[in-house]
Write a protein that binds this ligand. Sequence first.
Ligand code: HEM
Length: 203
Amino acid sequence: MTDTKSLTPYKWLVLGSCVAMLALSYLAMPTYEEIGDEIGYMLRVTARIAFLFLMLAYIARPVRMLLGNVSSLRTGVRQYMKHRRFLGLAMAIAHTVHAGYIASLQLVLGQELGIEILVLGGGALVFMWLMAATSNGPSVDLLGKNWRRLHLFGLHYLWLVFVYTFAGRIAEDPWYIVAVVAGVLGLLLRSWVYWSVRSKRAR
Ligand code: HEM
């Protein structure tokens, strides 16, 4: 039997760094007078941490194609690729905290959430939890081709909600352009990998 522990020796480092980032962000929260501002701050930091891990998982394959043959980087890139499942799980941890703060908008502040936000944002959260629950070998075997469909669709649905949300905030703060550009570059990298693999196969 394969020793799965040795295949992903840094998984606790990945998951632990996500938890540490969440805890440090909480501790670094500025002093607010209103609880609503505290919730808003935590919604923003949890979304940003989740986006970081999502993008790291999203670009793992293109990075392997670009840098996997550079001898000094080969081992690091291989480990990075093997840990992408845990990068996705770290994203799910951070965004589950986001979901907790969303619930507090209603429970603590009594704030009504628009139906379109609940459907589109809530739908993305449901996909994220489905992806997290099926991020294991037995689920891959059980779901077959549907596993890839679920993860490919869910990944891009989450990507879209992130990029759309960040893009909608550029008018308030131009720094959001950085997040949008990072998201679009990730998409371009993945598209490039997809088309180059397809054209190689066609030859
Ligand atoms: C029912 C679902 C959701 C609701 C009600 C919701 C609510 C919110 C709220 C109220 C904020 C703003 C906090 C503030 O600036 O004061 C926020 C920020 C954000 N949310 Fe969510 N959210 C939902 C789901 C999602 C999902 C699924 C994603 C991504 C896949 C996401 C990504 C973001 C991003 C990117 C930000 C902005 C972070 C920033 O300004 O740096 N949200 N969310």
